[in-house]
Ligand binder design. Structure first.
Ligand code: PMV
Length: 314
């Protein structure tokens, strides 16, 4: 038996980090995908081949004993094998056009496409069960995940997420997002731990910041519906000030954001920070200018479309 699935990456328009503590976030799926193929094999092993590494191990190893970025896929193969009482093994191949470790959801897209492809070996999975499996798999590398990334990679489009619950927005926004890649890889788990420590040391301040973030997201939802890009850009800039206060920015990110702010409606970190990508809000006429500017500086910058398909099996 063989099956395949693919899932999109994502950007976080507003609300990263604060979403873990109950504030709302807005996320968009993007037009870069991870594709995964899975095949049942007679040997009782799980093999994984991907650009970030290779793995071939027996099922009896606990995922926690595995020091590999492929741990979530191994966890998925092991759990699904157990669930369907499959006596053999599974061979998995991963192909990705999402840059890894820079906040564009490569790991979540992998968990979602992996959950879909491996489950489809045994029965046609629905999106709800794919999402549940994907979030459990993501927890094997980043225990405190909000689940927001996996939700948007599963369902596609634009989602509003709050404490495990999300709504897919019924809109096709008329904006263009430029993604600027600092090419500094980050560990989401480490940066999430840093923010946890900040919260512990600054309880009152953090609680005020959390309320402010939730209000920003509320305002942004109205502005998105009105397609008020100037207003939305201002909100993104205000969100970035809160992320700066958390201490998750650095000189390179600040430099990129300062330049992007001069050319676009607003710019901010997307994802955990500490490196990774910046998003800048543009309209159809501004987008070319920002891309040209960063290309001349030798910094990777590309335009992204929103993906409305989410996960699909084939
Ligand atoms: O892994 P990243 O860089 O896409 O960031 C995930 C977003 C966080 O809010 C920082 C973590 C989470 O689980 O929501």
């Amino acid at each position: 038996m063989k099956s395949s699935a693919s899932a999109p990456g994502k950007i976080i328009l507003l609300g990263e980090h604060f979403v873990i503590y109950g504030a709302r976030a807005i996320l968009c799926a993007i037009d870069r995908r991870v594709s995964i193929s899975a095949e049942t094999i007679p040997q009782r092993t799980i093999t994984i081949e991907s650009e970030i590494g290779k793995l071939s191990i027996k099922h009896d190893i606990e995922p926690t004993e595995l020091d590999s970025p492929l741990r979530p896929l191994y966890h998925l193969a092991r759990e699904i094998t157990k669930k369907y009482n499959h006596k053999g093994g599974i061979a998995i191949k991963v192909k990705s056009d999402i840059p890894a470790g820079v906040g564009l959801g490569s790991s979540s897209a992998c968990c979602v496409a992996g959950a879909a492809a491996i489950s489809a070996l045994f029965e046609e999975p629905d999106r709800q069960s794919i999402l549940r499996l994907a979030v459990e798999a993501e927890k094997t590398i980043h225990q405190n995940t909000s689940g927001a990334d996996c939700a948007v990679c599963t369902h596609g489009g634009v989602i509003e997420f709050k404490s495990d619950k999300f709504t897919k927005m019924d809109i096709v926004p008329d904006f263009k997002i430029a993604i600027v890649n600092s090419e500094i890889e980050h560990s989401t788990g480490d940066i999430v731990s840093h923010v946890k420590q900040f919260k512990k040391n600054n309880k009152r301040q953090f609680s005020e910041m959390l309320n402010k973030e939730d209000k920003l997201v509320n305002d942004a939802l109205l502005l998105i519906k009105k397609n008020d890009l100037a207003g939305l850009g201002r909100i993104m800039t205000e969100n970035q000030l809160l992320l700066d206060m958390l201490g998750i920015s650095n000189q390179t990110l600040k430099m990129i954001i300062r330049i992007a702010n001069e050319i676009s409606f607003g710019a901010k970190i997307t994802g955990a920070g500490g490196g990774g990508c910046i998003i800048a809000l543009n309209n159809h006429t501004k987008i070319g200018k920002i891309i040209d500017h960063f290309h001349k500086e030798g910094i990777e910058c590309f335009s992204t479309e929103i993906d409305f398909r989410g996960v699909n099996t084939f």
